[in-house]
Design a binder for this molecule. Sequence first.
Ligand code: HPA
Length: 247
Amino acid sequence: MRLGIIGGSGAAAFLAGGETVAVPAGPWGETSGPVRQLAIAGHDVLLMSRHGEAGAQAIAPHAVNYRANIWAFRELGVDHLLGINTVGGISASATSGALVLPDQLIDYSWGREHSYCGKAGRALQHVEFSTPFCTRLRSRLLGAARRAGIELQPGGTYGVTQGPRLETAAEIDRMERDGCDLVGMTAMPEAGLARELDLSYAICCVVVNRAAGRTPSGVAIHAEIASNLQAGLGKAERLVRELLAGG
Ligand code: HPA
């Protein structure tokens, strides 16, 4: 497995260290930033921060160049891609601080460059997408969580909103009726693009807040996010290390 990791909000320093590798120029423009390579348990792992490097102006979810990012990983020989995504929790089990491995998604985002088809000589493809996340990578992550004693919720539906604003309570009510357990802003078009390039893709979600209308009374959403982010990302880091140690 040659693993690539796309770190999410607050994760610019995820698995810190390593060396910067040159990103090959591609037909899709600039990536969110450089790619770092580091060795973990004898594997070379490549990392990029989805919203740009620490210290730089953060790239909003709708402005991320998802096509360039995923393409760069493919060009660098990555065959498995793991996204680390901070999300809001909609279903009762998606409590702040929880780690969740979704198995489905619903895309509410719009206007994003979401396909490679028809450009740069790429033919039209209607990729199969009934299972948007790689089942094998998901079971390996669940195995790693079991071995490391990390609680990882084994499924859920991720609803992708456009952002960058958070949702209204009524929007979250509608998403809940649709069957969404989690809300975030970045799993699409990332998952679809990874599928078009035939990469095994999954995401590990860190619930950093309860979604709009579900926040504990008296807790400001941004304070809730800040208090859950680092601990959640720490668990996700341990999960990645165990995944790689396991083969
Ligand atoms: N909504 C959308 N995206 C998010 C949230 C949220 O509540 N929390 C973290 N990412």
